[in-house]
Design a protein around this ligand. Structure first.
Ligand code: AMP
Length: 388
C-alpha cells in the first residue's frame, strides 16, 4: 500500500522547472563509514539437494509479509506457483538479497523446463530492502519485453519469501565480464588468438545500454543506479539493463525525491543527485557517461585512487574523468557531453543512441585496446560502505 500511495503522491505533485525537483529536506550525503557493509556473512537459506529452504516459519517475517505483499494482486497474470521452481545455485548475493539459478516448469505457457534467475531476500533484510524488491517488481511489471532490458517472467508473492522470476542472462554482470576479459586479452596477446573483445564489441555494449535506457526513459522510468555492475550480458554479447531496485516510475513528475539514503553509488551520481537529491532521466544520462568510461577501461572503478569524499568535492568543482589514452576523442566527447553540469544540456538517451550508432557505422576503432594500459586502471574495494 505504502508504495502505491507514495507513487500517487509523486504523480500529484506539481511539475517544476524542467524535469526536476528538490527534496524538501534537502538532505546532503553522509558517507557511511561502516566497513562491514557489503561484507556480511550470509546466513540465510542454502541450496541442499537442489531444494530451497524457505524461512517462512519466522513469525516476524510473516507479519512483515502481510504488510508488504498487500499491494500485490495475488491473482495477477505474473503469479507463478512456487512449487514449480527448482533452485540450483546462487548466482550472486549482496548483503540482503540473493539471485538464484532455477528451473521453472511450464512457465508462461512454455512447455517443459526453462532456466530462469530468481531474486529474493535474505532473512536479515529489513523493510527498506523489502520495499525495494517490491518496487523493483512493480517497475518491471510495467515494461513490455525489450532486448536490452532484463525481462520479468513472473513472481511468487502470495507468501514469504517473495520471488522475482526473470530471464537468465548467461554471462552475468557486464562489470565482471569486462574485468575477466583483461586476462583473456593478455592470454590472447601471448598466443595470437582473437577471441578477446574488440573496439566494436565495446562500442556496441554502450550502444545497447543506451537503447535499453532510451526504452526505460520513454516509459517514464528513472533507474537511479545505472552502472556496469547493473548491466547483464549474454553469450551473444547482448547487454541488458537490470537491477531496478532503486528505479522509480516518475511518468507525471519526471522527478524522484529520495527519502532515505542507503549505500550510495557516489562515483556514478550526477552533482544534482549528490548535493540536492534530484534524480531525473538526465541524472541517469550522467551515470551512462560513467558507464561508458567503465566499458572503455574494461571495468575499472571510476576516479581510481580517489576517495568518495574527494570525488564528490572535485565533481562539484567541475573536475571530470580524463580521457583514457586509448580512447578516441569522438567517443570521449559523448561521455563528456553526458557530464554537463547543467542537466538540461546533457543529451537524451535517444541522442546517445544516435551518436553511438554513427560511430558504429564507421570502420574506425574508437577504443585502441592494444594501447590499453593495464597498470593505470584498477578495481577499488569499498571500505566506506560506498557502492562500487
Ligand atoms: P544483484 O543482486 O542484482 O546485483 O545480482 C547478483 C548477481 O546475480 C549478479 O552478480 C549477477 O551476476 C547475477 N544475476 C542477477 N540477475 C541475473 C540474471 N537475470 N541472470 C543471470 N545472472 C543474474
Amino acid at each position: 500500500m505504502a508504495v502505491i500511495f507514495r507513487k500517487r503522491l509523486y504523480l500529484s505533485k506539481t511539475k517544476e522547472k524542467e524535469d526536476m525537483r528538490k527534496e524538501s529536506s534537502g538532505g546532503s550525503i553522509v558517507l557511511q563509514d561502516d566497513p562491514r557493509l557489503g561484507m556480511q556473512q550470509w546466513s540465510g537459506p542454502r541450496a541442499f539437494n537442489n531444494r530451497y529452504e524457505p524461512w517462512e516459519s519466522d513469525s516476524n517475517h510473516n507479519q512483515a509479509s502481510n504488510q508488504m505483499s498487500s499491494p500485490i494482486n495475488k491473482t495477477d497474470r505474473w503469479e507463478f506457483p512456487r512449487h514449480r521452481l527448482k533452485f540450483f545455485n546462487i548466482l550472486g548475493e549482496g548483503a540482503f538479497g540473493q539471485v538464484w539459478k532455477c528451473e521453472a516448469t511450464e512457465l508462461n505457457d512454455k512447455e517443459g523446463l526453462s532456466i530462469v534467475a530468481v531474486k529474493t531476500l535474505k532473512e536479515n533484510a529489513n523493510e527498506k530492502e523489502r520495499s525495494d524488491l517490491i518496487s523493483e517488481l512493480q517497475v518491471m511489471k510495467m515494461l513490455e519485453p525489450h532486448p536490452n532490458v532484463v525481462r520479468l517472467l513472473g513472481c511468487c508473492t502470495e507468501k514469504e519469501p517473495i520471488f522475482l522470476i526473470m530471464e537468465y542472462v548467461t554471462k552475468g554482470k557486464l562489470q565482471s565480464y569486462l574485468r575477466n576479459s583483461r586476462a583473456e586479452r593478455y592470454y590472447n596477446n601471448m598466443h595470437g588468438q582473437s577471441k578477446s573483445l574488440t573496439s566494436r564489441d565495446l562500442t556496441s555494449f554502450v550502444y545497447q545500454v543506451a537503447k535499453g535506457m532510451d526504452y526505460l526513459s520513454i516509459n517514464g522510468i528513472i533507474h537511479r543506479d545505472l552502472a556496469a555492475r547493473n548491466v547483464l550480458i549474454t553469450e551473444d554479447h547482448v547487454c541488458k539493463v537490470a537491477d531496478f531496485g532503486f528505479a522509480r516510475d516518475v511518468i507525471a513528475s519526471h522527478v524522484y525525491e529520495r527519502k532515505s539514503e542507503g549505500r550510495l553509488p557516489i562515483r556514478w551520481m550526477a552533482p544534482e543527485s549528490l548535493y540536492d537529491n534530484i534524480f531525473s532521466v538526465k541524472s541517469d544520462v550522467w551515470s551512462f557517461g560513467i558507464l561508458m568510461w567503465e566499458v572503455v577501461t574494461l571495468g575499472s572503478t571510476p576516479y581510481p585512487g580517489m576517495s568518495a569524499a574527494e570525488v564528490m568535492k572535485k565533481v562539484r568543482d567541475g573536475y571530470r574523468l580524463d580521457k583514457p589514452e586509448h580512447c578516441r576523442r569522438e567517443l570521449y566527447n559523448i561521455m563528456y557531453y553526458c557530464w554537463d553540469k547543467d542537466a538540461k544540456q546533457r543529451p537524451s538517451f535517444a541522442e546517445c543512441v544516435e551518436l553511438l550508432e554513427k560511430l558504429l557505422m564507421t570502420e574506425t576503432d574508437y577504443i585502441e585496446l592494444e594501447r590499453f594500459p593495464d597498470h593505470s586502471y584498477y578495481n577499488m574495494v569499498s571500505l566506506s560502505g560506498e557502492k562500487l
